[in-house]
Write a new protein. Structure first.
Length: 432
């Protein structure tokens, strides 16, 4: 009996030692709700697939809060291995000399197979340096699309507007058929100015939107930008357009049927699907037909995974293995199909297609088509501007002055450019 007890004790000790031997990898992220649960499941599946490493996801708040927390943690030498940073934080992360372990170097050092050509070029271009090296690992890349209430549209006898010129007529027919507002938007700076610029092939800022230098200046007070924001302000008066907040705060207006259209990330798909009680569709963003005959590609949003310096080499091997797992066609296809984020690799897209997902879920490939049907120009490759998080705050403040009737579109955008340029000069000074 004593021998049996001793054997059990020794076995338990051995198992505990084996468990404790697993190297922990800390991953700070900004995904709550259904997306956060799915992210945790991905980490758990990786942990179950091998016994050497344990990835521990930690939710740190929204994107801004997560990046701010990671920067503070690095200064205090308490940084995680991996941090999820939204796309507008790219320039800030690139300028953090000595803080970042570039992904291309990480994978090479760890001996992991890593071929940049396997990733979608529309995604990788955002996260590469001037030599074409990937600095961070794409994870949740998205682009804005238009969600619409199919039932309300059928009742009104209308189709999703392809151009902004069609918007008012479509919205007014929807309102006549019983909806309160025509459309609302999430992430107004990203959708109505950043992607608006790309879609119309006009600069958001100088220096190829920051890709060719840090001496950038904003260009969002052009005649077309002003015309667009002025039109939204006019539509706000009759609820053809109805503002609902800076991030995705306007989602409930679409969920409850108040607004018949909702412009936001392709990754809002999971939230829309789980919250609406009606049949919905997905369409491309409208464009001003009088300005362009064909729209340009939209640009990505979402985030990538940055690796922070200061950890032992053995732990970085675990990060690299996790990235290989994360990029696999099966994991990416599952994540893409669940979330609405773009598949980051060609293999994941092809697997999703072969599984019949797009055929069985019409509209789920809209974001991909919108991103990839035209080759990016210097105006539609993306943004790489320093202090872009703060610039978005400035833009939000100024747009809210327009929606409340306190400023004209011209006044607000002129002020946004002036205030934004001050932030760009601060970033330029700190990186000169």
């Amino acid at each position: 009996m004593k021998l049996r007890h001793l054997s059990a004790l020794l076995l338990g000790t051995s198992l505990a030692s084996t468990s404790f031997a697993a190297t922990e990898i800390e991953w700070w992220h900004a995904m709550g709700g259904e997306l956060g649960e799915k992210l945790t499941q991905i980490a758990e599946n990786f942990n179950a697939s091998q016994s050497d490493y344990v990835v521990k996801p930690v939710f740190k708040g929204n994107y801004t809060e997560t990046m701010t927390a990671a920067i503070a943690a690095f200064r205090a030498k308490q940084q995680p291995h991996i941090v999820q940073v939204f796309e507008v934080g790219t320039a800030t992360m690139m300028s953090a000399k000595g803080a970042v372990y570039p992904v291309f170097q990480l994978m090479q050092d760890a001996g992991e197979n890593f071929d940049k050509a396997g990733y979608l070029s529309a995604v990788t271009g955002y996260y590469t340096d001037s030599d074409g090296n990937m600095l961070s690992m794409p994870f949740n890349s998205s682009t804005p699309v238009l969600y619409y209430n199919k039932e309300a549209f059928a009742k009104a006898g209308v189709e999703p507007p392809k151009t902004w010129e069609e918007m008012q007529g479509v919205a007014e027919k929807l309102q006549a058929a019983g909806v309160t507002c025509g459309f609302t938007t999430g992430w107004q700076s990203w959708v109505q100015l950043e992607n608006f610029s790309a879609r119309h092939n006009i600069p958001f800022a100088s220096e190829a939107n920051g890709f060719t230098g840090v001496n950038t200046e904003l260009a969002i007070n052009s005649p077309l930008h002003v015309k667009h924001i002025a039109q939204l302000a006019e539509w706000q008066k009759t609820k053809v357009f109805d503002y609902g907040g800076r991030r995705s705060d306007s989602a409930p207006k679409f969920y409850n049927g108040e607004c018949a259209m909702y412009m936001n990330s392709s990754a809002a798909y999971a939230g829309v699907k789980s919250n609406v009680k009606f049949d919905f569709g997905v369409a491309q963003l409208p464009y001003w037909g009088e300005a362009i005959s064909e729209p340009q590609n939209t640009i990505i949003g979402g985030a990538s995974l940055w690796v922070l310096q200061g950890k032992p080499a053995e732990e970085y091997k675990g990060v690299a293995k996790f990235f290989s797992y994360l990029s696999s066609a099966e994991v990416q296809a599952d994540w893409h199909q669940f979330s609405g984020y773009l598949p980051i690799t060609q293999a994941a897209y092809e697997l999703t297609q072969s599984q019949g997902f797009y055929a069985n879920n019409p509209g789920t490939d809209v974001g991909i088509m919108q991103m990839t049907t035209k080759a990016p120009t210097e105006n539609s490759k993306g943004l790489r501007l320093g202090n872009m998080v703060q610039i978005r705050d400035v833009i939000n403040e100024e747009l809210e002055e327009v929606w409340s009737g306190k400023k004209t579109a011209q006044e607000a955008l002129d002020t946004a450019v002036s205030r934004g340029n001050e932030l760009l000069r601060k970033f330029e000074k700190s990186n000169s």
